[in-house]
Every structure is written in C-alpha cells, then in structure tokens.
Design a binder for this molecule. Structure first.
Ligand SMILES: NC(=O)c1ccc[n+]([C@@H]2O[C@H](COP(=O)([O-])OP(=O)(O)OC[C@H]3O[C@@H](n4cnc5c(N)ncnc54)[C@H](OP(=O)(O)O)[C@@H]3O)[C@@H](O)[C@H]2O)c1
Length: 317
C-alpha cells in the first residue's frame, strides 16, 4: 500500500510516500480501507516531535509509528476476532493506531464508529479529534450561558462554536480579521477580531481556549467571578509547549472562585457517535478549508502551520 512515512522527527520535508505492507487487524481491531484522513496540529506535533515531551509517549529518537495521521474515514475491510459492532463494508470514521495517511489503517473498535450518513468521507475525516476535543471541552455548559471560544475559526474552535450553539449557549468567537465571516456563518452570536478587539471584562460564564496563548490573567479578567476556563492548547515553543499554562492553571484554580483547567482529550467512539447524531441532525457541519492528495501531505502540513486555514484540512486517498 502507499503511505506517507517518516524515519525521523523534523519539518514536513521528512515525509515521503513509500510502499508498505498493509497492517493486520487483530483482537478488537478493524482494518479500514482509508478514503480520507484529517490533518490537525497533533499531526504536526507527532511529525516534528515537538514539544519534546511528546517523544516520551511516541518514540524517544524517532516516531514509533512511522506513518502519519490519526483521523480516518473509510470502509471496513476486515475485522479482528473480537469485533462484533462493525462489519466488513461498513463506512466508518474515528481514529487509527497505524497512521491514516495510507491506503489501509488499523484502529481499535473503541475508537471507530459508523460514519454520518450525510457526510462525504472527506468531511467525516475532518471530525474525530477536533470535534471530539471540542465536545469534551464543552461538557457541562448550560443553555443561556455566555461562552467565549478563542480560536473560533480553527480546527477545534470551528466545532466548538457550533456545539456551544447546539447546547443553547450565547456564543462569542474570537478569530483573525479574514475569518470573522466564517465564525458568524458557523453560528456565533458575536465575532471578535483578535488583532483589534479587546475582550470585555467579567462577561463570560465559560471560555474554551484553543488559540492565542493568552495569559491566565487576561482569561480571568474576561470571566465572570464564578466562571470556568478550559484550556485546550495554543501553539507555543518551549519543552512543555502549551502544557506550562495548563499546569499553572491547575495550581491556582483551587484558590480562586473561578475554575481553570486544561483538557487532554481522549479518542472515543461514544463521542464520535454523539457527534454523528448532531451532524445528522444538521446542528454541526465540518468547515473544510481544502483537501490534498496523499502525495501532497507535506504541503498540507505547511498550510496548517503557516497558511491560516479556515477550519480543517483533509488528505484524500
Ligand atoms: N488538549 C488536547 O487534547 C488538544 C486536542 C486538540 C488540539 N489541541 C491543541 O489546541 C490548539 C488548537 O488546535 P486546532 O487544531 O484547533 O488548531 P488550529 O486549527 O491551528 O486553530 C487555532 C486557531 O487559533 C487562532 N488564533 C491564533 N491566535 C489567536 C488569538 N490571539 N486569539 C484567538 N485565536 C487565535 C488561529 O487563527 P489564525 O490562523 O487566523 O491566526 C487558528 O484559527 C493547538 O495548539 C493544538 O495542538 C489540544
């Protein structure tokens, strides 16, 4: 099979297309004929081995999994002996363990579920990690609450705006000037431009922070006295990357009236099924900036990092 592989951590130029043996599904795993694969900041982190702390889990000297990509949409080609919930021929989406920038990928049945009937494979591949993270971050918000989404036109943020609206919140999205129209189209009640607008003081019940790396002090200023912040992340340098702000939030949160916490998202088929229901009900639609063929995976990652995409990028196979 054709796959995008890397032999070492580094910039997108470490990626190359190679011929590999397809992976084999065992036990509770499923072999998927990949039709499309999502690209997100996590794809870059695992490719670059940055921040360095990711190498503890994904390979100290080189990536343990040489094939890029986790988000996947495709057709079940084979199932392991322990799989009862999916069958050969099912159209699925979710995440995989062997790399999704490939013609075939293997994933656990606990991380894959039936694809939304109203989405193409390209659209479905843009959902799992970004929308799953947004869903987990927004758990607990109540109808009528004032929710601020920082990074509202990004991968996670574009879903967070739609999900917060679906949960009945009043939503303000923060993005850059060219994306104000997209954030309003996604359903935000208000769109603020991070290059021009100040955040109002004591205005929000809940802040989902997916971009901009604002100080905890500035997040707290925008929050009501009993408000909550969930920090998803921001692209920052340093050995811990965005984790250092999350650690500081955990240290001060017990001593203040506001709740500050970070989220490390999980890949879960139950969440993807919940998202599928919202998608099929027309409450959430992936915002896709553009798609790339497998051979142009490096260009996709360059665009993700430097091109300020509107929503998501997808690799088609
Ligand atoms: N904790 C977890 O489990 C988890 C899961 C998924 C992602 N993440 C992390 O969360 C972050 C967001 O991920 P993503 O995939 O959504 O990335 P993304 O697609 O790059 O989106 C980030 C967005 O933030 C915007 N932004 C930049 N500066 C901003 C500012 N000052 N104020 C408001 N928005 C600003 C960017 O807009 P412009 O391009 O217009 O500047 C971009 O649209 C990344 O750091 C990622 O690694 C963490």
């Amino acid at each position: 099979m054709r796959a995008v592989v890397q032999d070492r951590y580094g910039p997108p130029e470490v990626l190359r297309v190679a011929e590999l043996e397809p992976p084999v599904a065992g036990g509770n795993q499923v072999l998927v004929r990949v039709r499309a694969a999502g690209v997100d900041q996590g794809t870059w982190h695992l490719m670059a081995g940055q921040p360095r702390i990711v190498r503890l889990g994904f390979g100290l000297r080189r990536p343990k999994v040489p094939v890029s990509g986790r988000d996947v949409a495709g057709v079940v080609e084979a199932v392991g002996a322990g799989v009862t919930s999916l069958r050969v021929g099912d159209e699925v989406f979710g995440t995989c363990e062997t790399g999704s920038f490939a013609e075939y990928a293997v994933g656990r049945v606990s991380r894959l579920t039936r694809k939304p009937a109203n989405l193409t494979f390209e659209q479905a591949a843009a959902v799992p990690i970004s929308a799953g993270t947004a869903l987990q971050g927004l758990r607990g918000i109540q109808p009528g609450e004032r929710v601020l989404v920082l990074g509202a036109a990004g991968g996670v943020g574009s879903y967070a705006v739609q999900l917060a609206k679906a949960f009945g919140a009043h939503v303000t999205g923060v993005c850059s000037t060219p994306k104000l129209d997209l954030v309003r189209e996604l359903g935000a009640d208000e769109a603020l431009d991070y290059t021009r607008d100040e955040l109002p003081t004591a205005a929000y019940d809940f802040i989902l922070d997916t971009g901009g790396n604002r100080s905890l002090r500035s997040l707290r200023r925008a929050l009501k006295p009993k408000g909550r912040v969930v920090i998803i992340g921001s692209e920052t340098s340093g050995p811990l990357g965005g984790m250092s702000r999350i650690l500081r939030a955990a240290l001060i949160s017990p001593f203040i009236g506001q709740q500050l916490r970070g989220l490390i998202s999980s890949e879960r088929a139950e969440d993807y099924a919940e998202l599928r229901d919202l998608i099929e009900a027309g409450q959430v639609t992936p915002a896709i900036d553009r798609t790339y063929p497998l051979e142009e995976a490096a260009a996709a990652i360059h665009h993700l990092r430097d091109g300020h995409p509107r929503g998501k990028l997808v690799i088609t196979i």
